[in-house]
Design a protein around this ligand. Sequence first.
Ligand SMILES: Nc1ncnc2c1ncn2[C@@H]1O[C@H](COP(=O)(O)OP(=O)(O)OP(=O)(O)O)[C@@H](O)[C@H]1O
Ligand SMILES: [Mg+2]
Length: 257
Amino acid sequence: MPMDDAFLTADNVNYIFEDGPLHVLADVSLSIQAGAFVALAGPSGVGKSTLLRLLAGLLRPSSGQITIAGHPAYHTPEPIGLVFQKDNLMPWRTVAENARLPLELQGESGPEVKRRVQKILDLVGLTGFEQNYPAQLSGGMAQRVALARALIHAPNLLLLDEPFGALDALTRERMGQELLRIWQAMPVTVIMVTHSITEAVFLADEVMVMGGDPGNGRPAAITQRIPIQLPRPRQFEMQASAEFQKHAAAIRAAIQQ
Ligand SMILES: Nc1ncnc2c1ncn2[C@@H]1O[C@H](COP(=O)(O)OP(=O)(O)OP(=O)(O)O)[C@@H](O)[C@H]1O
Ligand SMILES: [Mg+2]
């Protein structure tokens, strides 16, 4: 597809933590189409979270440029949803109060907010738990609240950093399917960091693998982009197929390079 169609682009992005200094990312270039579901994989410490923070505009590239819908990422008008590995919920706020926080910060209130909160909590499967406090939730439910909070302002871009990392295998599988359902119900582009190759193949249209110098692993760049040519909707049974295993093997090999 032509580059000018891309929703998100990175052009020769370098990132250096000045206190080291540590050159983490070198000449990262990528382009992602609107509505895509992209997984980001790579060894621990390679720079995945750093890249996600750059894409979110929380960090500024040391050199190079990141654009979202044509604007630099660090002052994009596009709404972005972020979910981190830890749910970061406020323990003194109920589920509904946590979910509506981004709207409050934008100065919105009233019956319309209440309606939107209910809609998003229904979408993530938390109907009936609106008045619960985080301490009264399971890990999977708390992550759903974090997802609801990220989705409440209808972001065009959803950035997920190991969102299901702390969950047990079964809950994790279920959350992955929920995420696919939500992604299909909303016009949103998703970039998700994951350590699970199976999860990456099951969810994504494409897996970007990050790697660096074979000696010390840095600085890192995107070393491979592996398209996942499996039909949708994705079914659990597909995981046993030769096609699925072939994709998983390709990603494993790319990470180990
Ligand atoms: N604020 C910081 N100051 C200095 N160095 C940092 C900072 N944050 C991260 N780093 C370093 O940058 C490198 C990349 O970190 P990053 O968190 O992006 O890795 P990652 O790929 O997300 O790893 P993991 O899979 O373990 O989450 C690491 O070596 C880390 O120590
Ligand atoms: Mg990380």
